[in-house]
Design a protein around this ligand. Structure first.
Ligand code: PMP
Length: 363
């Protein structure tokens, strides 16, 4: 009898009581075709979360912590200012748990994000892009105060870094048990990922170097300028080092309180600036050369990981966060180079055999 080496799977060995139980436990995947041979690079692919991003973790944490401490009552409306992934995560969690959700969002973020939130039952209130991230946060506050809604406050809430400490970081410890982990590379939006994971790595894996990255044209941390805050920790003014950048989900126009913990505790060993177009290039390369589908922030974090790789000792192991799926960017610059009709090469293929040609296109 010949042995059957066909691919087989066995199921997850458990049943899930709700979609919410499927959040987290995302895989760390080896990079095989990009990057130098003298290091091993892994990516932690957050696109495997049920609503496609790292922010599913934050969403379940905010809602469950608020339920526990009585801040959120059954059926109460939840509201948040979000550039998209938090809103999509919250929309998924609120749909599963029966809370109405309102999201405020600057109109510069991709159309898919708005549509996904509305598809999941949320209401999306757009704010002018000229008012930046600050404007959408103020709008959410206004609506929450006027209507007595629960404001999720992803940029200030303790529930943010806490979930990364309790899930993301624990997954990394467990998956790299008995393995080297020389570098962990991340970007920041709220800073929840870096603050939460770093709390644990600094204690349990003190030899792991933590590398943080930010957009080259919005180096809020790199500038050294201190963020002015209100009493609740929210920003009282925008940060002067901010400029609009294409790395959606990274670096808002202020330094969030959640991120401040990472700055104050020196939770990172190096800070790397990545230009948006480079992030776009590496998101495209991850798709084409590895089959790994991630957004612009994933490409940008990966570009930072490659910079680390260049000077890393032979045999070093690098883990890079990929925060979300590339499918969220169809109407953004990430897909600008992808034609809707056929490229010249595809047209040439079409006419290279006799049948089934498309009629000539009007140009
Ligand atoms: N990339 C994307 C696409 C995101 O949506 C976010 C979250 N805003 C991040 C990166 C950064 O994650 P964090 O908020 O935990 O710093």
């Amino acid at each position: 009898m010949t042995s059957d080496n066909s691919r087989k799977t066995n199921g997850r060995g458990r049943l899930f009581d709700s979609v919410l139980e499927t959040i987290g436990d995302t895989p760390c995947i080896r990079i095989n075709n990009l990057g130098p041979d003298h290091v091993k690079i892994y990516v932690k692919a957050e696109l495997f979360n049920p609503a496609g991003s790292v922010k599913d973790r934050l969403a379940i944490s905010i809602i469950e912590e608020a339920e526990k401490n009585g801040e959120l009552k059954s059926g109460q409306t939840v509201i948040e200012a979000t550039s998209g992934n938090t809103g999509i995560g919250l929309a998924m969690v609120c749909a599963a748990k029966g809370y109405p959700l309102v999201v405020t969002m600057a109109d510069s973020f991709s159309i898919e994000r708005r549509k996904l939130m509305r598809f999941l039952g949320a209401k999306v209130v757009l704010t002018p892009r000229t008012d930046k991230g600050f404007g959408m946060v103020q709008k959410a506050k206004e609506l929450a105060e006027t209507n007595g809604w629960f404001l999720a406050q992803q940029f200030e809430t303790q529930a943010n870094a806490k979930i990364h400490m309790n899930t993301t970081a624990q997954e990394i410890l467990s998956d790299f048990e008995g393995e080297n982990l020389d570098y962990w590379v991340s970007g920041y939006g709220t800073g929840g990922t870096v603050s939460g994971v770093a709390r644990v790595l600094r204690e349990k894996r003190p030899n792991t170097k933590i590398i943080l990255s930010e957009p080259a044209n919005a180096q809020l941390i790199g500038s050294g300028e201190v963020q002015q805050r209100n009493e609740d920790g929210s920003p009282s003014v925008g940060h002067s080092a901010f400029e609009p950048h294409p790395i959606q989900g990274w670096t808002p126009d202020f330094i969030p309180l959640v991120l401040q913990e990472a700055i104050d505790n020196e939770y990172f060993d190096d800070l790397i600036a990545i230009p948006g177009p480079v992030g776009i290039e590496y998101s495209q390369k991850l798709a084409k050369q590895e089959g790994i589908f991630t957004g612009i922030s994933g490409g940008s974090t990966f570009a930072a990981a490659l910079q680390v790789a260049e000077t890393a000792e032979p045999g070093s192991v690098i883990l890079c966060m990929l925060p979300d799926t590339g499918e969220r960017y169809l109407s953004s610059p990430l897909f600008d180079s992808v034609p809707e009709y056929m490229s010249d090469e595809e047209e040439a293929l079409s006419v290279s055999t006799p049948g089934y040609h498309m009629p000539p296109q009007d140009s």
